[in-house]
Design a protein around this ligand. Sequence first.
Ligand code: HEC
Length: 108
Amino acid sequence: MTGLLRLIVLLCGLCLAPAALAEGDPEAGAVKAETCLGCHGIARYKNVYPTYKVPKVAGQSADYLVVALKAYQSGERSHPTMRSQAATMTEQDMQDIAAFLSQYSGDM
Ligand code: HEC
């Protein structure tokens, strides 16, 4: 009986684990996202060389933004500029920035 109880407790712990992940703090994210505005804040901004458009990140889902930032950090996404942006971010930084950007309605 105690064995079964333990198993139940263990399984419940596993189900609850994702809910325990850090929630992003949009106010902290607003400060951390200041450097991002330089590129992502300019509507239809294009670099002269190499010629690329900066994608709109405001209003996107926070989960998507975190996944994207992790992909730059791990090298799965290879864009050098964004790799260096994401290189030093902690999980909490990403959550905060994503929480801010997902609520931000300006051109970013
Ligand atoms: C020097 C310009 C520049 C700066 C500064 C910059 N970015 Fe980017 N960002 C880009 C470009 C260019 C891309 C498109 C890269 C690609 O094609 O993968 C991009 C892509 C992204 C994407 C993926 C968007 C998508 O639709 O998949 C996210 C998320 C992102 N940036 C977030 C940020 C955050 C957060 C910051 C600040 C910490 C930041 N960026 C700072 C230029 C910049």
